[in-house]
Design a protein around this ligand. Structure first.
Ligand SMILES: Cc1ncc(COP(=O)(O)O)c(C=O)c1O
Length: 431
């Protein structure tokens, strides 16, 4: 059983000085009480909360931990750069090396620009698409997350309808719907955003058909609009190139973040040759966008991506976990859906409209030292070991058993805000 006195004390202190006690995607407000809010450290695939409880971590800081927390090669590169300086009056050599490395690895890319967060990169892509084409409309899949800027935040409080006046929506993986959006835009499309696969909260995940990806490419070419693939969440967990290289499609722009520096704050916009001049015409910048330490960390991360079997190892472990959980669910008599790539799993229970079963099961796993998430897609790291998977499957098996024992008395999902979120999500962008 975990202890949580320090976490409770920190939450109490936070409530006094941080609005709502916490904000953004790392707030545990919609999660059961068993989920800690504060953490003290990470190593490999494990994290320790503020009370010292240890977890095999399947959130990976919501993605960034690709190679393991405190990966030695990345830490060494970051420390060496930190010893020389981080945020200076101009960028360091690491910026040029990093751009060269990315251009060498990502087939469609002829240049790179760097920023801090995924939202910076997607907003920069939007601005560039409009600057290049002189057009206004941006097409986005309904309900897709591309960041927390006024044009794309899922919580429109404080934004204006005008912020989205030129955003049009289509159904992901539906070419007719995308075609309709182009028609509606009447020759005014600057760019089309798509994620590599459908990976939204509270939803089953799915990969698009090659027909959709190729059709989107063709529609963009016919209309002289830009195809923008947002790799912020999925980048380098599907492929060592841009994710749609697996479908034979080259985007014009890709946005990257999260994994790029294995946890160090850096994101990127990569573009094709024809956009070079337009990219140099826009004004985009930030006080910390040129900091050298995250760039050195990213150079080291990409070296591991290029030269190791990190991806194959991560997929093998994740598939082992998926198979194990499927067998356990069947043995305990539960229907579950495990969707998306195994290394970015989303797990939902059948007949669980208010998610009370999923919440109960995930919380039971957390109490046993395995950090699973009940409504957000999870992330595997290449640092997962056989021992991590064994610990995971022992915990999930016990969690299924606890669920079965509690079956008749599973409390309704304790947080009504969750149901409100599920409903609100359906209203955010018209379907
Ligand atoms: C697909 C996608 N795009 C953009 C973002 C925004 O990234 P950030 O939170 O780093 O601003 C996210 C974050 O989860 C994302 O998943």
């Amino acid at each position: 059983m975990t202890t949580n006195s320090r976490d409770r004390a920190l939450r109490e202190r936070a409530r006094a000085v941080i609005p709502g006690g916490m904000y953004g995607h790392e707030s545990v407000a919609l999660l059961p009480e068993d989920f800690p809010q504060f953490f003290s450290r990470g190593e490999g695939a494990r994290i320790w909360d503020a009370d010292g409880n240890e977890y095999v971590d399947y959130m990976c800081a919501f993605g960034p931990n690709l190679l393991g927390y405190r990966n030695p090669a990345v830490e060494e590169a970051a420390s060496a750069q930190a010893a020389m300086g981080d945020t200076l009056t101009g960028p360091s050599e690491a910026m040029v090396t990093l751009a060269e490395d990315l251009v060498g690895m990502i087939s469609h890319a002829a240049w790179a620009m760097f920023c801090k967060n995924g939202s910076d990169a997607t907003s920069m892509a939007m601005v560039l698409a409009r600057a290049h084409s002189g057009r206004r409309k941006i097409l986005v899949a309904q309900g897709a997350y591309h960041g927390a800027s006024p044009w794309n935040t899922p919580n429109p409080k404080g934004t204006l309808p005008e912020d989205r006046a030129h955003i049009l929506y289509f159904r992901y993986d539906d070419l007719d719907s995308l075609r309709d959006a182009f028609r509606q835009a009447d020759g005014d499309v600057a760019g089309v955003f798509a994620t590599p696969f459908r990976h939204e909260v509270f939803e089953d995940q799915f990969l698009p058909s090659a027909e959709f990806a190729k059709g989107a490419r063709q529609l963009c070419d016919d209309a002289d609009a830009l195809l923008i693939v947002d790799e912020v969440r999925a980048g380098f967990r599907l492929a060592r190139d841009a994710s749609w290289s697996l479908l034979g499609v080259e985007p014009d722009l890709t946005t990257w973040g999260k994994v790029l520096g294995n946890g160090y704050p850096i994101s990127a916009l990569l573009g094709c040759e024809k956009l070079r001049a337009s990219a140099s015409s826009i004004y985009v910048t930030g006080s910390f966008w040129f900091s050298a330490v995250p760039m050195a960390a990213a150079v080291a991360t990409l070296a591991v991506v290029r030269t190791s079997d990190y991806l194959e190892r991560m997929i093998a472990r994740a598939e082992e976990m998926r198979k194990g959980i499927a067998a356990q669910a069947a043995a305990h008599g539960f229907g579950i859906r495990q969707t998306g790539p195994a290394q970015m799993p989303q797990i939902f229970f059948s007949d669980d409209p208010d998610m009370r079963i999923g919440y109960f099961w995930a919380a039971a796993a957390v109490r046993r030292g395995v950090y699973l998430h009940p409504y957000h897609n999870m992330f595997a790291t290449s640092a997962l070991t056989e021992a991590d998977i064994a610990k995971t499957l022992a915990a999930t098996d016990e969690a299924f058993a606890e669920l079965k024992r509690a079956w008749a008395n599973i409390p309704p999902q304790p947080n009504p805000a969750v149901l409100a979120r599920i409903k609100a999500k359906a209203l955010l962008s018209p379907r």
